[in-house]
Structures are given as C-alpha cells and as structure tokens.
Design a protein around this ligand. Structure first.
Ligand code: FAD
Length: 349
C-alpha cells in the first residue's frame, strides 16, 4: 500500500480559492498537500473560461482565467506544497485524536491536522457518451478529455481517431492530433454544424479540414461495434437527414463537456444548506471542527460566489487553523511587506 502522507493541511480542490488557500497556509508555516480531480489547477477559471477576461480581481485590471491561475501558481510555488492532480478525494473521516484520515480513489492516503474543502461546485466529471456497444471500451478505446501534451497524444500514434464534441476542448484535441504526422486523418463529429472556439482555433480547424487532415461530420453516435477481444471496430453515426454512416475506427476521444459533481463531499457528515457547506464566517470552519471550507462551496449569510470573496475566506480559514494547530505560535499579525520570517518563507531573503 502507498505510504500515508502526514501533513498539517490538506486542501481539497485546486481552483483559484484552493490555490490561494494553500498559499495562506504555507505563509503561516504549515505543510500543505493539495488535491484536484482535474489534471490541471485552476478549477472553473481554466475549465470554463480560460480565455475570457476577469476584470474584478483587486489590483489586477484584467487577466484571463488561465492567466490568473498561472499567477496564483507562481505565487504559491516557493511554498512548495505536495501536488496530487487527477485525483478525487473520496473519503474523509475525523479521528479520535482530532486529526483526519483522507483518501483518494487511487489509494493515496493522508493524515492531516486540518482539512480545507475548496471544492467549488464539485469535482468536474466528463459527460459520458451514451450508445449501445460502448461497454468496456473506456480507458482502452474510449478516452474522455485526454491530456493535450505531446506525450499524452503519442498514445494515439497510428490510430484512426474520432473526436466527439464541438467546443474548445474537442477542437484543441482534434487539431493537435491532426497536426501529428504519425496518425491518419482525424475525424471530428459534433451534433451541429456550428463549432465553438476562439477565432484562432476555428481558423486552425478550417485549415486542417481544407488540408484533409480533419474530416468533419455533423452527426450523432448511434452505436459502436467491438470484436470478440473487446477492440473497437466501427461506429454507426446518425446524420441530421435521418441517414446513417459507418466509420472504421480504433479510438474515440470524447469531449462533450464537464459537469461538476459534489459527489463524496455530501457523504462526509458535514452540515449542508442547499448544496453549500455551512461555515462560521469567523473561522470558515464547517460543522466539524478542523474541517474548513472556502470558495464557492462555502455558505454563510451574505455569501457571494466571487473569487475575491474566496480569497478572504481562505485567509481567515488559514489563520483559524494555524491558531488551533500551533497555539504556541500565537502572536501579532505579520505583514509580507515587513516580516523577515514571511519573506524567508517566500524565498525572498
Ligand atoms: P472552483 O473554481 O470550482 O474549483 C474547485 C476545484 O475543486 C475544481 O477544480 C474541482 O475539480 C475540485 N474538486 C471538487 N471536489 C473535489 C474532490 N472531492 N477531490 C478533488 N478535487 C475536487 N468570479 C469572479 O470573481 N469574477 C469573474 O469575472 C468571474 N467570471 C466567471 C465566469 C464564468 C463563466 C463562471 C462559470 C464563473 C465566473 N466566476 C467569476 C466565478 C468564479 O469562477 C468562482 O467563484 C471560482 O472559480 C470559485 O473558485 P473555487 O476555487 O471555490 O472553486
């Protein structure tokens, strides 16, 4: 079994608030492990509006969702938390000694002094493809939102791939695959003839279609066929005029959107009100002492689901946890602008 990671703080969720939560905890000298179900940090900012401008972060006149995430990651980097991306925290239980046992679906286990749930609207899960004949293909011939790094795409070498979806996530993967010279032309299928992405990506897709590297179908999946060994052979697609076509394929890459699922968090015995974790706005502690919540998942009178509010919540949660975990360190509030201790932690001196 994997070793149990002992940490002062476990942060569940690496959206903007989870990242700043980890920063505030690290600044107070606490060790941090951070987990996110997605393969990258940024939460909604990266998943839902990576390239849109955010205009209401104090002091940052404009940043895109991705840019804000990059800035938060750079700010956090000197504090070097432990990272666990692509993993969902499924289990959380308070022990008799007041510490917490937590575990991810893959078996990664934590022994944490305090827990910070910054889970936003839940762990993003891919919308599943539904059609007869798909059973057992996932992970072998059916991939949801695979990574776009060259190393992640190399697994598709030599394969006949059908990318399903019509938004940026699908088009990015179709383009990246079609631009490789180690696989045949890529098929792209969306239920409508309208694709949604920024102008540059749409132009890239158009050029690849004209070059014959992407073959587009406005259609929907009707059924898939496998051979006796469970290998994908063909799919039937239904066209809007009612006709059908059969495509010979090796692999389906599916990007039909991600939907958040609160999932296991609802089973951790924490008081909830309309899908939000009820918190005390002085400490951002949930109904279980030592488990805090900040960001979109936290509910209290006057709550607004804004990034800036999440930053405030995370800061007070970190200070409350620090007082509980390190009562002997209680002292005056330190400023980053004048405290040598904080500057040292941030690698400035
Ligand atoms: P999220 O960003 O939702 O991140 C939560 C993370 O937790 C996710 O990555 C999820 O995968 C992970 N997670 C959940 N459960 C688990 C689990 N069990 N295990 C592991 N990981 C888990 N706000 C503004 O202030 N200004 C804006 O201009 C603005 N524009 C917006 C535009 C759009 C289109 C949308 C949808 C929102 C916008 N918001 C804006 C709101 C803002 O994005 C949210 O308030 C913010 O993302 C909340 O951050 P968070 O870290 O709490 O949650």
């Amino acid at each position: 079994a994997a070793p149990i990671l002992r940490t002062d703080a476990l942060v569940v969720g690496a959206g903007p608030v989870g990242l700043f939560q980890a920063f505030q905890l690290g600044l107070l000298g606490l060790s941090v492990q951070i987990v996110d179900a997605l393969p990258q940090a940024g939460g909604q900012c990266v998943e839902l509006y990576a390239d849109k401008p955010i205009l209401d972060i104090p002091g940052i006149v404009e940043s895109s969702g991705r840019d804000l995430t990059d800035r938060l990651l750079a700010q956090l980097a000197p504090l070097a938390p432990g990272w666990h991306l692509g993993q969902e925290v499924t289990r959380l239980a308070r022990r008799d000694d007041g510490r917490f046992d937590a575990a991810c679906a893959d078996g990664t286990a934590f022994d944490a002094g305090a827990v910070f749930i910054c889970a936003g609207v839940g762990a993003f899960q891919p919308r599943r493809l539904k059609a007869p004949g798909l059973d057992g293909l996932e992970g072998r011939h059916l991939h949801y939102h695979p990574g776009t790094a060259p190393a992640a795409l190399a697994r598709f070498a030599g394969q006949r791939v059908l990318v399903i979806g019509g938004d940026e996530a699908a088009l990015l993967r179709a383009a990246a695959l079609a631009e490789r010279d180690d696989l045949p032309a890529v098929q792209l299928m969306h239920r409508r003839d309208v694709l949604q992405a920024d102008a540059a990506l749409l132009a890239r897709i158009d050029a690849l279609r004209q070059a014959g590297r992407i073959v587009f179908h406005a259609a929907q999946l009707a059924a898939a066929r496998q051979d006796e060994a469970g290998r994908l052979l063909q799919v039937d697609i239904a066209l809007p005029d009612g006709s059908a076509r059969t495509l010979d394929l090796d692999t389906l890459v599916v990007c039909q959107g991600l939907s958040p699922r609160l999932g296991p968090i609802a089973d951790w015995g924490l008081a909830m009100d309309r899908k939000l974790l009820v918190v005390d706005p002085a400490t951002f502690e949930t109904s279980v002492p030592g488990i805090h919540a900040a960001g979109d998942i936290a509910g209290y009178p006057g709550k607004r689901k804004l990034i800036l509010c999440g930053f405030h919540e995370a800061t007070l949660a970190a200070h409350a946890a620090h007082e509980r975990l390190r009562p002997d360190e209680r002292g005056p509030l330190l400023y980053t602008s004048s405290s040598a201790l904080l500057q040292r932690r941030l690698g400035r001196i």
